[in-house]
Design a protein around this ligand. Structure first.
Ligand SMILES: [Zn+2]
Length: 345
């Protein structure tokens, strides 16, 4: 099972800082005659269309992304037939959809996050859903990432807290990766794992500072999220970023879609999986509280039985991924105990 070789695909350039959105025209690095497609949500479009449009100063097609589904991917692809690059401008949906469309067409993708709620900003994966399921599809990583911390700081604070939740989840994801290595002999990349853990510690060790929500905290959050995406690129898989806590979140998505944000659910999942893995789950919970991320299911209007069902069904979401849930098989009673003991329900 040990991989003899694997391909690392990484972003080529990253521009992060205050008021850098107005530099997008120079950043895209395509000729003035080039066609550019901007995939974006309506709210974001209203906020930044003028700055982006005047800076790009090229033939630009704007495509509104409504959902992160295959219909929207096809819509962006149709608009991009003769485009030189696609810009995904927005939160999760536009970045995921733009990334997959660009990957399918074989053209460069530029990621321009306007919030920092998850690590898809820099990763080679696109999270796509249909009416029943969420899929993580292997695409290409963005060739460039432009992160304007002023724009990201203006996003709702709930999104910031969700980003912190996605970051702490690397703690249990990496432990699951080690558990998988020990049980099955699968490839384990120590460097990628360390990089992902470093990002988790930005929140676990620095929760007080992160909880200030100031510009330096926003910058740290974005840099850590980019770094975990890079860790996935180095690993050549989502292993360092996604373990049993993500399986729990995906399981919730199919049981009670739309209640919690991805990062919020992953944060709560991390508290419980850390306990199963005999890690310091209390420090995870305390860090999440300090950054005002939810630690109880009721904060997301998720019921006790939904949490229990999601825990019981999590391992079946992706059976080929070996995690702590492959070793500790949860039934409804043990799942309820776990959620109760960790204060999730
Ligand atoms: Zn995630």
């Amino acid at each position: 099972m040990e991989r003899r070789s694997h391909l690392m695909e990484l972003p080529r350039k990253i521009l992060i800082g205050e008021n850098v959105l107005e530099q997008i025209g120079d950043f895209v690095d395509v000729p003035k005659s080039a066609r550019v497609v901007v995939a974006s949500g309506t709210n974001v479009l209203e906020r930044v269309r003028e700055i982006v449009g005047s800076s790009l100063n090229r033939s630009t097609t704007w495509v509104v992304v409504t959902h992160s589904d295959i219909y929207n991917v096809r819509k962006v692809m149709r608009a991009s037939r003769r485009a030189h690059c696609i810009i995904g401008l927005g939160g999760g949906k536009s970045v995921d959809v733009g990334k997959l469309a660009a990957s399918k067409l074989g053209i460069p993708f530029i990621s321009v996050p306007t919030s920092a709620s998850h690590d898809g900003i820099a990763s080679p994966f696109a999270s796509i859903s249909d009416s029943k399921k969420h899929y993580s599809i292997v695409a290409k990583p963005p060739v460039g990432i432009l992160a304007d911390v002023n724009v990201i700081a203006a996003a709702p604070t709930r999104l910031f807290a969700a980003g912190c939740g996605d970051l702490v989840s690397k703690l249990t994801a990496v432990r699951d990766w080690q558990i998988g290595r020990d049980a099955t002999g699968e490839y384990y990349g120590g460097y990628a794992a360390s990089l992902a853990l470093m990002s988790a510690n930005v929140v676990i060790d620095g929760a007080g500072r992160m909880g200030s929500y100031g510009l330096p905290a926003v910058r740290d959050l974005v840099e850590a999220l980019i770094s975990t995406g890079v860790a996935a690129g180095i690993a050549g898989s989502s292993r360092p970023c996604s373990g049993s806590e993500h399986l729990f979140s995906h399981s919730l998505d199919s049981i009670c879609p739309g209640k919690g944000l991805h990062g919020e659910q992953c944060g709560i999942g991390t508290i419980m999986m850390a306990k199963l893995q005999r890690l310091d789950w209390r420090s995870v919970r305390s860090a999440l509280k300090k950054v005002q991320a939810p630690t109880r299911a009721s904060q997301l209007r998720i019921g006790e039985s939904e949490v229990v069902s999601a825990l019981v069904g999590a391992a079946a979401i992706r059976p080929e991924r070996y995690t702590i849930l492959s070793q500790v098989v949860l039934d409804r009673e043990s799942a309820k105990n776990l959620a109760t003991e960790t204060g999730v329900i």
